[in-house]
Design a protein around this ligand. Sequence first.
Ligand SMILES: Nc1ncnc2c1ncn2[C@@H]1O[C@H](COP(=O)(O)OP(=O)(O)OP(=O)(O)O)[C@@H](O)[C@H]1O
Ligand SMILES: NC(=O)c1ccc[n+]([C@@H]2O[C@H](COP(=O)(O)O)[C@@H](O)[C@H]2O)c1
Length: 185
Amino acid sequence: MRGLFVGRFQPVHNGHIKALEFVFSQVDEVIIGIGSAQASHTLKNPFTTGERMEMLIRALDEAGFKKRYYLVPLPDINFNSIWVPYVEAMVPKFEVVFTGNSLVAELFRERGYRVIVQPMFRKDILSATEIRRRMIEGEPWEDLVPKSVAEYIKEIRGVERIRMLATNLESSEKELQAPIRIPEY
Ligand SMILES: Nc1ncnc2c1ncn2[C@@H]1O[C@H](COP(=O)(O)OP(=O)(O)OP(=O)(O)O)[C@@H](O)[C@H]1O
Ligand SMILES: NC(=O)c1ccc[n+]([C@@H]2O[C@H](COP(=O)(O)O)[C@@H](O)[C@H]2O)c1
């Protein structure tokens, strides 16, 4: 049996690996859909699809998963009602969907799929939003991701990228708040 698991993986963290451990224990093959594949270099989606694939390959290797998996980029279509047929057109056949995302669960259920809500692990800290926040604030984040992912993020200067994006946003917000000055001629 083949299962589908979709995430943005911005970045891959230990919660994803725990979730995938569960998914791999339930099925023979897993399709890992990389959501919002068109997005990169933003605060919510700092990493490219290629970088996210690299993180997944290294982390799954490190975790020693032996079953077959497929990595499939899924650009957003911003059209919820036809997202499931779109996903069907992009990935090999699957029988069951694993997710913790309630919109994803609802969309697949409405199309007749069996959906399994995977257990959550320490969502308070095992969350990509929290990891990106820690990177920006200069707090320790390395223990929340697989070792190979922490090394890779350092290799590509990922933290510097996220900080640059945060600084850019801060200065453009300041610009927006600045009073408009009409030049005198
Ligand atoms: N701590 C966790 N434990 C188990 N599963 C998780 C955990 N965090 C995320 N997942 C699962 O991984 C999938 C994709 O999650 P996603 O890539 O959005 O991670 P996230 O940490 O929630 O990201 P972000 O904070 O950037 O929105 C979802 O199905 C979600 O349920
Ligand atoms: N209409 C759409 O394009 C649509 C609908 C539902 C989910 N998605 C994507 O699926 C992914 C879900 O993963 P997350 O759990 O990481 O949010 C995201 O990339 C999200 O954008 C897209």
